[in-house]
Design a protein around this ligand. Structure first.
Ligand SMILES: CC(C)(COP(=O)(O)OP(=O)(O)OC[C@H]1O[C@@H](n2cnc3c(N)ncnc32)[C@H](O)[C@@H]1OP(=O)(O)O)[C@@H](O)C(=O)NCCC(=O)NCCS
Length: 379
């Protein structure tokens, strides 16, 4: 009998340091994140989420007319088909919103006439529809589980404005919209993160965009990726008071537990998004009269740096930002998806443009040379 072939190639557990493709969407250089060559700081200070989506999909900034036309297209696509909404009503809402979102995004493919067309034009049309509708779908969940009517998005307002309006059912103030828009910009893309890679792996089999995005949502849901922001606020609540923060971290480390929102595969000198969100967290927690959440975060951040040399990532301070905006805890990760869908679509487009199926190897480490026995003879 031929011996099992044991693949002897190098193993990079978790694919650390493996370069799996070329990309022109976003880059991480040291502690800097760039989208299409623009720093995240520049975009967060001056751009809008709509403009960033255009940038991610077109490799350049729009001019005034292009931006206006693109915004109008996005806003037109924000509404959900009536019979799709009816179908959503049949889904249970006593589940995690990320699990519900995964189903809802898979479901909407059946209302998309381009669902099985993988041409660049159809992928772009589907990207626009999905990106426009993602926020509305998340807000539909919130409305359904609370027995409320989903507000109709307003075509003369931004995506950030409409999301907050539909989520809460009342018109948001300008400051909250600006902050939320900044959050959407900061989460839009991040090189070959776990969910972008999941998008590309699924797209690489030449499967359709909706399938690739459903894969991405599944990947984002996990607590080591987008699910961390929700875990951060749960951790802060568990710690309870500023006095307990340092001890909590030390006990978690002694028990070899992860402190959520801390650490990163790529950034070792700090995540640039966390620096921007930290300032907003300080400002907003003070504004709502609950500065203790920020103070506790600072102590956790400091203790983790001292004890393990690990810095906060994007999810650490976004948790207290969303909390301060009155957003339900389990909607934090869906918000990540509302933004990151723009990056996922850019990755799917790029993958289709220059495709080769992802098919790595696994080194055999299991049993060998066994022979089948009738069930009666087995121990
Ligand atoms: C982001 C993350 C998944 C990166 O994982 P990774 O690159 O595989 O890093 P590892 O898990 O191998 O961590 C390397 C070391 O740092 C430790 N570490 C990393 N993140 C940690 C954390 N948040 N809390 C405690 N220890 C942590 C690991 O235990 C390991 O320690 P060891 O060398 O003593 O065994 C990881 O830092 C993590 O789980 N963070 C918490 C979840 C999170 O915030 N995710 C959002 C990412 S944007």
């Amino acid at each position: 009998m031929a011996e099992t072939q044991i693949y002897e190639g190098a193993i990079d557990k978790g694919l650390e340091g493996v370069v799996a493709c070329t990309t022109k969407i976003s880059s991480i250089v040291g502690a800097t994140l760039n989208y299409r060559g623009y720093t995240i700081e520049d975009l967060a200070a001056h751009s809008t989420f709509e403009e960033v989506i255009y940038l991610l999909w077109n490799n350049r900034m729009p001019n005034k007319a292009e931006l206006a036309a693109f915004q109008a297209e996005l806003l037109k696509e924000m509404t959900l088909p009536a019979d799709y909404l009816t179908a959503l009503k049949a889904l249970p809402t006593n589940v995690h919103p990320m699990a519900w979102l995964r189903t809802a995004v898979s479901l909407i493919a059946h209302w998309d006439k381009d669902a099985n067309d993988n041409s660049p034009e159809a992928t772009r049309r589907k990207s626009l529809r999905l990106t426009a509708k993602m926020g509305t779908i998340v807000c539909a969940f919130e409305a359904l589980r609370n027995g409320k009517t989903l507000q109709t998005p307003k075509a003369d307002k931004s995506m950030a404005w409409n999301f907050m309006y539909m989520l809460k059912g009342s018109e948001p103030d300008a400051e909250a919209v600006k902050i939320f828009d900044t959050c959407l910009i900061l989460h839009a893309d991040h090189e070959l993160n776990c969910s972008a890679f999941a998008t590309r792996v699924t797209a690489s089999s030449l499967s359709d965009l909706h399938s690739a995005i459903v894969s991405a949502i599944g990947a984002l849901k996990g607590p080591l990726h987008g699910g961390a922001n929700e875990q951060v606020i749960l951790m802060l609540k568990k710690i309870g008071s500023i006095e307990n923060a340092r001890e909590f971290v030390k006990a978690a480390l002694a028990a070899k537990e992860k402190v959520m929102g801390i650490g990163h595969r790529v950034y070792k000198d700090g995540d640039p998004r966390a620096k921007i969100l930290r300032k907003i967290s300080e400002q907003l927690t003070k504004k709502i009269g609950e500065p203790q959440w920020y103070e506790m975060s600072i102590l956790i951040d400091d203790t983790m740096q001292k004890e393990k040399g690990l810095m906060p990532n994007v999810d650490f301070y976004s948790a207290t930002v969303y909390y301060s905006m009155g957003i339900p805890t389990d909607i934090f990760t869906p918000i990540f998806a509302v933004s990151r869908i723009s990056g996922w679509c850019a990755h799917a487009m790029e993958q289709y443009e220059n495709n080769r199926i992802y098919r790595p190897r696994g080194r055999w480490a299991g049993q060998e040379g066994l022979h089948w026995e009738p069930v009666e003879k087995r121990p």
